[in-house]
Every structure is written in C-alpha cells, then in structure tokens.
Design a protein around this ligand. Structure first.
Ligand code: ZN
Ligand code: CU
Length: 483
C-alpha cells in the first residue's frame, strides 16, 4: 500500500487563539510538526496525522510556572501530573534561595532546603549533572533552573547565621559562575529565611554581579513581606541595579494583618522602580501562604495550619492553636515542639491578592510544595484558579491578560526563547481549555485534585495530558540559558 505523507503531525481547528501577547483572541487553525508550531491560518487542508475540532475552546501557549520548588520532583515524579493537568508546560525551579544544584551537603539540608528532599536526594554537586539528570528523567514539562543563594552559602559556610567571609564569597561566586556557564537561568535568594537572613546586601550584590556579566536574572524572596516590605523592595531594587540584572520579586504580598491594604502602595512602588530598571514580580492566587514552620511568623492574629511535623507527625493537618490548646502551652512553645514542620499561614487579605494578581507586571507562579504530605492547593490549582476564579468569576482581569501573565510575560522575563507565544516557528507548547468551565478543584482540605476544563496539553508538540486518556507522551526539555 502506498503511504501518503501527511503535512502536519497535529492540526487544531478553529480554536479561539489567546496568543500570549495580551492581544484579543481570534479564531484560526494551528498546525504542529516536529515539535514546532509551523502554521497559523484559517481553514487549512486537513492533512495531519491528528485533526482536532476545537470549536468553542481556547488555545493558549502552555503555561509557564515561574515559581516552583519542583527541582527534584521533575526527576522523581516525571509525570508531573499536578502541573501538566493545569496546562503548565514549563516550570522554573530553584526559587527562594533553594536549589538542588550545585549542592554538596555535609549533613541534613538546612531549613528551608529541606523542602526539596532529604540529604540522600541532593546528589548534584555540579549544575551540569543536575541538567543531565532532568533530561534523563524525561519529565512531562520543560525545566529551567535557578541557582539558590542559600544552597551555595551552605556549600561553603559552616555557620549560616552570619555573612560570608571574602574567601567563602569567592567560592560561592565560583559555584555560581560554573552553574551559569552550564546553563542556569539565574540566581534566587530567600533572604527572609534564617539560613540567609544574616547575609549582607553586599554579599548578595557580589553574586548578582556574576549574573549581570552572563546575562542572567535575579529573583528574590524579599528579606521581609511584613511591615518592612518597602525597605526590602528597595534592597532588591538596589541589588539588581548594582549587578545590572533584571529583577523578579517572588510571591509579592502584604503579609500580616497590620500590613493588609498596602498592595496598592507596593505596586505603585514597583511601578516607579520599573521606570529605571527591569523589574517584575510573581504571585500565586490565594490569600494563604505556605512554607516550613517559622517561629518569626507565629502569631495569634491569623490561623496557622500544620501540614507536617517531624517529631509530631500525629499533629499534622491540625491548627496550631488547637495543638497549643491540647498541650496547654503557648503558640510559640507548641511551634517549637513541632519543628521541623510545615505550615499554611492565612496571612493575606483577599483584596490585596486581587490587586497583585491583576497587576500587569505580575506573573503567575504556583510556589507549590510537591513534597508536602498535605500541600497547599496552589500545587494543583494555581493556574486554573486565575482563569476560573479571578478572570471568569470575579472579572478582575481579562482572559488575554491572564494568559499573558502565565506565558508571554513569563518567557520574556526569564528569557526563554521561542516559547510563551503562539507564533509560527515557536515551540509547540500548547494548552487547549474551556474558558467557561476551567476551575481549580484542589482545596485546602482536599489539595490533590486535578483541575476541570483543561482539555489537552502539548509539550514540544507531543500530546502530554488529556483527562481520562491513559496514553500520553512525555517530551519536556531542559532549558539551558541562551545568550
Ligand atoms: Zn519564597
Ligand atoms: Cu518559593
């Protein structure tokens, strides 16, 4: 029998194209071949191995989760169902100062590096080894990686409760240079955490200058997100300017009841800085945060939910106040006894979250914690929640703008080439969804649930998610920094 060669691998017909630029949607056919978007036109000939009638559905660039802690998850759990089921096709790992590489551990990983895994899972002293391990694991999503400031501090310092000495800083710079040469996208810091809080601004600047030289980016979990947040933003602006690098402020928020209502002030401040330097931020669409249990955040003003505890596993999934009550001790004493532990902090106001989610320069990042036995629902629901709750139900941002903040803006800020837009020649990372139905299903009570309304997801042209389908491919690539 004669084989007729088909023109395209996949042809997606008559979807509403939300192209990632923020421009209004339009109807067209999109053709995929060899991992790329090769044609966008109306009414193409149906010469494709697979033709999909997408009338009534939206086709967007695959979502880019710019804030993750999936460093080891992409290797240990390469199906990445919690992300691909949201329409996420790329994750940026290594945020908040913590990364899986380049890391050499002398003992247990310090808090919050322990969010990623235990000592045995840190086996990538060189960034190139990590990149190769990701490629070997073949995750369903593409992976770009930052180097964590705390991670490289811990490589060279015997005590994290101080600033690095000149010799230590030299060694840290050399780790960072090596990783950048091997393709890291940039560096993140987590200056609010005890393990980095004592590092001076000068220590961070010395490292950020390495980023500037190689055209990489700097992301920061600010030194504080509570009352002193403006000062902390100023430190970040100054640090980034000193190194001549683009800045991304991680999970921008107004934390702590005394701080509620200040989102406009924060955003105006960010907007003013954006006149002089390249700055953006990321955020997750929830008014509760989550991390390791941190004594500095223990308060009776807002609820704290314990998700895990090493010494007191039996207290997991309970409120700290109830545990303290049962034990007949103060909140602080109860927290001390529970540590190391994980927590969800109900520390934000809904109005502030709305303002920050709808701000044009904020990107969406889940900040999901895949190793948490009872994770914050953002791990499974962040992206659909923006599209369903904030966009469709509350109407605080338009659909093209919401998609832009998950795709085009994200690719631009993290300098990911040929991704984040629906354009001819771009990589075929695509998500087909129903804008009327898309909804996050994951809740604080039942957090591990796939979203509704995500119909199909392609990564590098390969169908990688379809609800109910058993057989889908895995085609994620490691995204090396390109100059
Ligand atoms: Zn953080
Ligand atoms: Cu984080």
């Amino acid at each position: 029998m004669l084989e007729v060669e088909v023109l395209f691998d996949t042809l997606i017909r008559k979807a509403q194209i939300v192209d990632g630029t923020g421009a209004p949607a339009y109807v067209a056919d999109v053709a995929i071949k060899d991992g790329k978007i090769i044609a966008i036109a109306d009414a193409m000939a149906e010469e494709a191995a697979e033709v999909i009638d997408a009338r009534g559905l939206c086709l967007a660039p695959g979502f880019i989760d710019v804030h993750t802690h999936d460093d080891l998850n992409v290797i240990h759990n390469p199906h990445m169902l919690e992300k691909i089921s949201q329409g996420v096709t790329t994750v940026i790992v290594g945020n908040c100062g913590i990364s899986a590489s380049p890391v050499v551990l002398a003992g247990d990983p310090p808090d919050p590096l322990n969010l990623l895994g235990d000592q045995s899972s840190f086996c990538y002293p060189r960034f190139s080894q990590y990149a190769e391990a990701v490629s070997r694991a073949l995750p369903s999503v593409n992976v770009g990686a930052l180097v964590g400031h705390t991670a490289i501090r811990n490589n060279h310092m015997d005590d994290l409760q101080r600033s690095a000495t000149a010799t230590e800083l030299d060694a840290m710079c050399s780790d960072l240079r090596g990783a950048l040469k091997d393709g890291a996208l940039g560096m993140s810091s987590g200056l609010a955490y005890g393990s980095a809080k004592q590092s001076s601004t000068d220590e961070v600047i010395a490292l950020v200058k390495e980023l500037g030289v190689q055209g990489a980016v700097y992301t920061t979990h600010l030194r504080t997100e509570f009352d002193g947040v403006i000062d902390a933003m100023n430190e970040a602006f100054y640090t980034a300017r000193s190194g001549k690098v683009p800045l991304v402020i991680s999970h921008l928020k107004c934390a702590g009841k005394g701080n509620w209502g200040r989102s406009e002030e924060l955003l105006n401040h960010l907007q003013a800085a954006a006149k002089h330097q390249r700055v953006a931020c990321d955020c997750y669409p929830y008014s509760a945060s989550s991390s390791t249990l941190d004594l500095a955040q223990v308060t009776d003003e807002t609820a704290i939910f314990i998700t895990w505890s090493e010494p007191h596993g039996e207290q997991a999934e309970r409120y700290l106040a109830d545990i303290a009550n049962d034990w007949n001790v103060s909140l602080m004493d109860a927290a001390r006894r529970l540590m190391p532990a994980g927590a969800v902090y109900y520390c934000m106001s809904e109005d502030d979250v709305e303002n920050i989610v709808s701000y044009p320069r904020s990107m969406i990042g889940s900040d999901g914690l895949p190793n948490d036995p009872h994770p914050h629902p953002r791990l499974w629901g962040a992206f659909p929640r923006v599209l369903g709750h904030y966009c469709r139900e509350k109407g605080v941002l338009s659909l093209p703008m919401a998609v832009h903040k998950m795709t085009g803006l994200s690719a631009e800020e993290f300098r990911l080439q040929n991704r984040g837009l629906i354009r001819e020649g771009y990589c075929a990372d695509l998500v087909l969804f129903d804008a009327e139905r898309v909804t996050d299903i994951a809740t604080f009570v039942k957090p591990r649930q796939a979203a509704a309304g995500i119909e199909r997801v392609w990564v590098n042209g390969v169908l990688s998610y379809q609800p109910g389908a058993r057989e889908t491919g895995r085609a994620g690539q490691f995204l090396y920094r390109q100059s």
